[in-house]
Design a protein around this ligand. Sequence first.
Ligand code: SAH
Length: 228
Amino acid sequence: MTSQAARDRLVARLSDKGVTSEAVLQAVANTPRHLFVDEALASRAYEDTALPIGLGQTISQPYIVAHMTELLLNSSPRLDKVLEVGTGSGYQAAVLSMVCDRVFSLERIEVLLRLARRRFHQLGMHNIFTRYTDGQQGWIAQAPFDGIILTAACPGIPDELLQQLGDGARLIAPLNADGIETMGLSGPLSGKLGSGGQYLVSYTRHGDKFDSEILDAVSFVPLLDGLS
Ligand code: SAH
């Protein structure tokens, strides 16, 4: 149940659901998701569902990981430097590490970060760099990034993160419905947003301006302040 065949079936399902990037599908096919969850859940690792990873957090659903990675790539086959806020299990970072030269990932829960680092080390993923910190400040010393991804739902996109986007680069994040109003976002979905819901949004930088878009309805754990 943790075999390559199970992983290939998952990839076929993601492709059916609309993931088209070959690079992303290959990355999912090559990432052993069963090593990113507790052994007791390993047999469910290739189901297309989010799973608990302890401390109230979850490893994201594979479809969402693939979809967000595809959105971040924005038709490029590969990116150089990418920032992730919310390392969690490390699975999203691992998938990113196969389509990006370097992944910088930030996590506020030390226990989770320690486990994720161990997985990266065991799997020889030497292009993932992590920090134990509140990720809302980003990683200024490594900016600008060619893409930024948030894997926890926020009430608004921190300006520090937008400022760390390179020109032409994209930020993908789940935003609370209230935050969408506060940030003044509009799109075909605005007006139809359920209050209390969350939506994926994208910001693309053009010089000092940002093009923003509301994408799909999603469900993420919340972005929290400070360290744990
Ligand atoms: N990308 C992860 C998803 C984990 S869930 C994976 O593939 O498994 C979201 C993660 O965001 C949690 O681990 C949570 O602790 C973390 N998080 C929440 N707020 C944060 C913040 N302000 N800074 C850094 N990490 C944060």
